[in-house]
Design a protein around this ligand. Structure first.
Ligand code: 16G
Ligand code: ZN
Length: 534
């Protein structure tokens, strides 16, 4: 087998002098540099699967919101969560092994991790719509074959669909079964849960969905075939930016990242004032909402607003289901969450807030500590996770009134509708539609639940971003020494001022975030902190 792996790896040689790192969202870079990385990720999947007794590992080839010429690859653990952190290091090691040492490093990992090479290995994989995808799949398949890994190629999928299928594959035929192991099973599960959660309620007007010209487009259109249409009082959806034939259009002038950073609708949107709109990113694991207010212009309903909306609704339902004393509801955010949202959750909704470093895996992990853990990054990555106790309570509590029965029924439906493995734009979209329908809210009513503090995000180019070390969920700098004190004294000069600086995990830059009582003060604070770290 070693010779075969070596021979195959020679067809996917590592480019000279390139250093790779498994970052917040796997490996991500210009697609033409990824061939060797994807091959080696295939080998890691084999090791990981064998280490876990032959459970199936997921592999997703995508670069999310990055430009079309980029691509990336990440691994999914058996229950559909992100690869366990300690394995990021092993992936990095194998990706950086010199061509001639590759098999040696692979076998050494196998030995050090006490992996039995005789254990069967299984993997499933999928890719987004990037033009570079099919060639990278070939590299992956070569590694899976030569490492003796049984695999299924699911073709094009959204990232959350691959997470769903990974969990379904590993729980099939058990009491923890997560659903039918097929793309169709995903659509059926979502649509049945949606109809049940809506409970006869209807949405008002259409929702315009910008699919970033990525894989979310065809998958949303597929999902719509399973969902009730306007005729039965269901959803009304206008799909825009669903061109997957022209590869250059991906994430270009559209998508969640464009809307969030440019603070404007995609130019292609024909939505009228006050119309509900949302944008997915290139692999549909992230969603943000927005609308154009005739008085105040563009209004963003970001991850913070989705989190508060979900926490409000689920909080109301648990009260109506008489479960609020036994179930702990909490919200997980990052330092990027607007201070007004944190305040709203703690003071108005009365739920605890936990802050974690940036990156879905940290938030997800923290959310599982609650019975109902609502987590969203401001940029729209997020979901709600339910503990086994919460699920048990939803399904076994004997209702003593019709209102309690209805609430329990809706909670059951939500636990099926909401993707438990990872943030899922399609599932989150249906969740928001459900809540707005129940509350009979327009986007404007949702928007005015609390008012964001003015804020500014600045990207700062520095010589070496690695000198910036943080603590306290990235909210304080410990290095370079003394910088945090200077930052604190800048912040102290601003009413409601808050600011932090952290090294980006995905780009060679430092990001500075600042908020303050007024727009000009937030801009001013961000400028001063940027100057401090530059
Ligand atoms: C990755 C993360 C995202 C995070 C972003 C931060 C996942 C799936 N994705 O895209 O959650 O917000 O990185 O980027 O975890 P930054 O470190 O460049 O600010
Ligand atoms: Zn994404």
């Amino acid at each position: 087998m070693d010779e075969a792996i070596l021979a195959a790896s020679n067809k996917h040689p590592k480019p000279d002098g390139k250093v790779f790192q498994y970052g917040t969202a796997g490996f991500r870079m210009k697609a033409n540099l990824l061939d060797s990385v994807v091959f080696r990720v295939g080998l890691i999947a084999a090791l990981r699967s064998r280490k876990l007794g032959g459970q199936t590992i997921g592999i997703m080839i995508t670069a999310s919101h990055n430009p079309p010429e980029d691509n990336g690859v990440k691994l999914v653990d058996p229950m559909g969560d992100m690869l366990e952190s300690s394995w990021e290091q092993y992936s990095t090691e194998l990706a950086n092994a010199a061509n001639e040492d590759l098999v040696k490093v692979y076998r050494k990992l196998e030995q050090d991790l006490r992996i039995d090479p005789a254990t069967p290995a299984k993997a499933i994989f999928a890719r987004d719509t990037r033009a570079s995808g099919p060639a990278l799949v070939k590299a992956l398949v070569n590694a899976l074959k030569e490492s003796g890994t049984e695999y299924t190629d699911y073709g094009l999928l959204t990232t959350p669909q691959l997470h769903y299928l990974t969990r379904c594959t590993n729980t099939e035929g058990t009491p923890q079964s997560y659903g039918e192991v097929s793309e169709k099973g995903y659509y059926e599960k979502l649509s049945e849960a949606f109809v049940r959660a809506m409970d006869g309620k209807t949405t008002k007007g259409a929702l315009t969905v910008d699919c970033a010209n990525g894989v979310g487009g065809p998958k949303l259109k597929e999902l719509l075939k399973y969902l009730p249409t306007t005729v039965d009082g269901g959803l009304q959806i206008n799909v825009i930016n669903d061109d997957v034939l022209n590869p250059d259009s991906l994430n270009s002038e559209c998508g969640a990242d464009f809307v969030k950073t440019k603070q404007r609708s995609p130019p292609s949107s024909k939505a009228a004032s006050n119309d509900r709109c949302c944008s997915l990113d290139g692999d549909a694991d992230r969603i943000i909402f927005y609308f154009n207010d005739p008085e105040h212009g563009f209004r963003l309903l970001d991850g913070d607003k989705i989190a508060t909306l979900a926490a409000t609704f689920i909080g109301d339902l648990t009260r109506a289901a008489r479960l609020s004393d036994e179930l702990r509801i909490g919200v997980v955010q990052t330092a990027y969450a607007n201070g007004a949202s944190t305040n709203y959750v703690e003071k108005t909704l009365g739920f605890p807030v936990v802050c974690t470093p940036t990156g879905v895996k940290w938030l997800h992990h923290a959310a599982t500590k609650f019975d109902v853990g609502v987590y969203f990054e401001a940029n729209g990555h997020g979901t709600v996770v339910f503990s086994p106790q919460a699920l048990k309570a939803f399904y076994t509590t004997k209702p003593e009134s019709p209102a309690q029965a209805t609430a329990l029924n809706t909670l059951q439906a939500l636990s099926e509708l909401i993707n438990q493995t990872v943030g899922d734009a399609l599932s989150d979209m249906l969740l928001v539609e459900t809540i707005l329908a129940h509350k009979v809210w327009t986007p404007r009513e949702w928007d005015t639940t609390y008012i964001d503090l003015p804020n500014r995000l600045v990207r700062v180019e520095v010589n070496d971003r690695n000198i910036f070390k943080t603590t306290n969920a990235e909210r304080k700098l410990v290095e370079p020494h003394g910088t945090q004190q200077q930052l604190d004294s800048l912040v102290a000069k601003f009413k409601d001022g808050r600011s932090f600086a952290r090294a980006s995990g995905t780009e060679d830059a430092v990001r500075v975030y600042a908020e303050a009582a007024t727009r000009s003060e937030a801009d001013d604070l961000a400028r001063q902190v940027a100057a401090l770290v530059r």
